[in-house]
Ligand binder design. Structure first.
Ligand code: FAD
Length: 392
């Protein structure tokens, strides 16, 4: 054949990559390995938590990719042999490749948060959308008015740096409308965060003093948890909130480590021109799992990387020199229905990472409400466009 490419992970990076490979060269044999028949998207899952949206709007299947000629295998990859160039899945079947793309997203770094390893029922992270999103939603619904919802936020690098603050906002919206005596307590391992001035202005305007934030320098970093008593221990003191949304520190999806593509940080260093692992030959890594440098871990970045990586592989298989990718990413935050803002960036390879280049833009801090309403509507269109582009 023209070449065999195996893609592990059917999320934003992997699905976009598989589709782009097949579209660029229909003669390629493209196999997508993903354990779930239905993918549940994280963007807009904060709206599900807040009761503003049903989870079914987050869910996408792989029929379209299959009809376009991608071979979809609904199994988890369990082993990778970089010498033999093959991937083994849960039932033991092995898939040989010329190029392998890993887009497994994140897994949690439990050693970095003592006590958490078994806590996801009592202290849901909801940082992978699906059952966890619905569990945290039920806990919010069951909480009495006057309760405290704590959100523990890890340091960067982590999946979608602004999303915890969007979550705090939309939970505050839910509480304000349904349980107005309640509070949101942010325990933060960072001092500064993405689009901070926009968030803080919106919080003041919309939620008064409902949202309290304890930053890193105030002792906000969570050092351990005790799920049996729902206790969160920080550098400053102990908290026992009524609902505890603990987002643990993260690393690349475990299969990246199995492949030998993750380094001591837990993430995957790559050559940003080709997405090739610095540690394992003929393995490309895209999406949240790679060490991207200046490019935030987002669905738009994962999708852009997946497509750029597809173009690289098509060129390599044809004996051509790959072109240098130029990636764009846009990240919308919705802090209440009809109130949104955004951060758009352009990124190019520089040394071992992606660096931001000119042309980016953040929403102005002082803007009329019509602009916020327009950006909230654009956010919805962005979601429709990227999911149609990825899954059909
Ligand atoms: P994923 O999309 O997570 O896909 C990984 C896939 O790999 C999964 O389907 C998984 O099942 C599969 N997988 C894992 N291990 C294996 C294995 N061993 N074998 C086979 N398959 C495997 N981004 C935005 O751009 N805009 C937003 O507004 C936004 N909002 C967000 C809100 C929240 C609350 C969160 C948590 C994230 C948000 N993001 C947003 C970030 C976005 O969801 C991620 O950055 C994006 O999903 C990364 O894509 P990925 O392909 O790297 O990983």
């Amino acid at each position: 054949s023209a070449g065999r490419v195996v893609v592990v992970g059917g999320g934003f990076g992997g699905a976009a990559c598989s589709r782009a490979l097949k579209r660029a060269n229909a003669a390629l044999q493209v196999t997508l390995i993903e354990p779930n028949e239905v993918f549940t998207a994280c963007p807009f899952s904060n709206e599900v938590l807040a009761g503003l949206r049903g989870i079914e709007l987050q869910q996408f299947g792989y029929d379209r990719l299959a009809s376009e000629g991608v071979t979809v295998i609904n199994q988890a990859a369990t082993k990778i042999d970089p010498q033999q160039r093959s991937v083994v899945v849960a039932d033991g079947t092995s898939f040989p490749y010329d190029h392998l793309v890993l887009s497994p997203g994140i897994d949690f770094h439990f050693e970095a948060l003592p006590g958490y390893d078994d806590a996801s029922e009592k202290m849901p992270h909801a940082w992978k959308a699906g059952a966890q999103t619905l569990l945290l939603r039920r806990q919010l619904e069951a909480m009495e008015d006057g309760g405290v919802v704590a959100i523990a936020i890890p340091a960067n690098p982590s999946r979608c740096p602004p999303a915890p603050y969007e979550r705090a906002s939309l939970i505050a919206h839910f509480l304000k409308t349904k349980k107005p005596r309640s509070k949101v307590l942010i325990l933060d391992a960072k001092d500064n965060f993405s689009q901070q001035r926009l968030f803080e202005k919106a919080w003041k305007e919309l939620y008064g003093d409902m949202i309290e934030r304890v930053a890193l320098s105030q002792g906000g970093r969570v050092t351990s948890v005790d799920p049996s008593t729902r206790t969160i221990v920080t550098e400053f003191g102990n908290y026992t909130p009524d609902v505890a949304n603990v987002i643990p520190p993260q690393r690349a999806g475990h299969i990246a480590e199995i492949a030998g593509a993750a380094d001591a940080t837990g993430w995957c260093p790559i050559d940003p021109v080709t997405f090739e692992s610095k540690l394992a030959p003929a393995i490309h890594v895209v999406g949240d799992a790679c060490l991207g440098g200046g490019i935030p871990k987002s669905a738009s970045a994962a999708s852009a990387q997946g497509k750029a990586c597809a173009a690289v592989i098509v060129n390599l298989l044809a004996g051509r020199t790959p072109e240098t990718p130029r990636l764009t990413g846009v990240c919308y935050n919705t802090v209440a229905p009809g109130y949104g803002f955004s951060l758009a960036g352009n990124y190019q390879p520089k040394g071992d990472i992606f660096a931001e280049v000119e042309g980016g833009a953040t929403s102005p801090v002082d803007a009329p409400r019509e602009l916020r309403a327009r950006e909230a509507a654009e956010a919805e269109r962005w979601f429709q466009t990227i999911t149609a582009d990825t899954f059909g």
